[in-house]
Ligand binder design. Sequence first.
Ligand code: ISE
Length: 334
Amino acid sequence: NKIQVGVIGCGAIGREHIERLTNVVPETKVVAVYDYVREPAETAAKQYGATVYDSGEALIRSDEVDAILVASTDDTHADYVMEALKQNKYVFCEKPLALTAKECEKMIEIETKQGHRLLQMGFNRRFDKGYVEMKEAIDNSEIGEPLMIHSAHRNISQSPGFETDYAITRVAIHEIDISRWLLDEEYDEVQVLKVKQSNHTAGDWLNPQLVMFKTHSGQRVDVEVQTDGAYAYDIRCQVVGESGTLDLPDPATVVKRNNQSVSNDLPSTWAGRFGKSYDDEFLGWAKGILNDNIVGASTWDGYAACVTTDALIKSRQTGNPEKVVMIEQPDIYK
Ligand code: ISE
């Protein structure tokens, strides 16, 4: 008896996840799909033997659907998640959880009333082998107290329609989540600093941007966000502790020695860099559902990310550091 999954959003990442749930995760079967453009839903349905629904709401309420995967456009996440939580159904949501922190507060209220965790956020890096080992080293006190994190998020290109704030809400949001997970602290204050601009930008958005976080205990995190024109899809992360440092490794690849040099290839996109972490993320999701013990990032983490992105966007506009103000954390997330 497999977990019957309904997928909302059959675009690039939705399609990849449908394939994953079908071929990588033994416990799940995609039985229902919906997309506001009918064609990708029909293609996916044909290929994977699922039913096409006329609306996301109908899919969520359907008796044949046990769990929902939300991979639709960012502005639609909140309503679908809210409906799934109301139906007491398990739901996986790609980031961001919502466009505003206020919407996340409503979700927290509904989920808390249901009395158990239903939602897993699509913060896949928590399942990446390198980050997992860094977290273990920190938790085992192998570098003493972590003091700061230096990180970079570099992209070769973006799809058309990219905007300045997406550098925060779609790109740096990964560092927002992974840094507070590594440090196990909430942010107190955040800031966006101006940087000399790159000529390698396909549109008129700001690129690069330097994004900074300060935690309540005073740890500092800096993130260089290059959304376009970089030499590769490259993700760097160094945690500096009192007695040592930790560096995120590149994914395993052959080291070439030729022409009097040593080199190795780097990925061109997130799909190449983080493929394995997505597999593990969904294997974890299925187990969490079967044990009614959801793992990975929670609604609380999705909320924390939204409060932080709201403050960063404000900081970019005001030019000042801005406070991150959160509600009290309900017990089900502790
Ligand atoms: C995308 O949404 C991601 O998740 C990637 O990590 C990021 O690098 C990319 O720029 C985003 O579009």
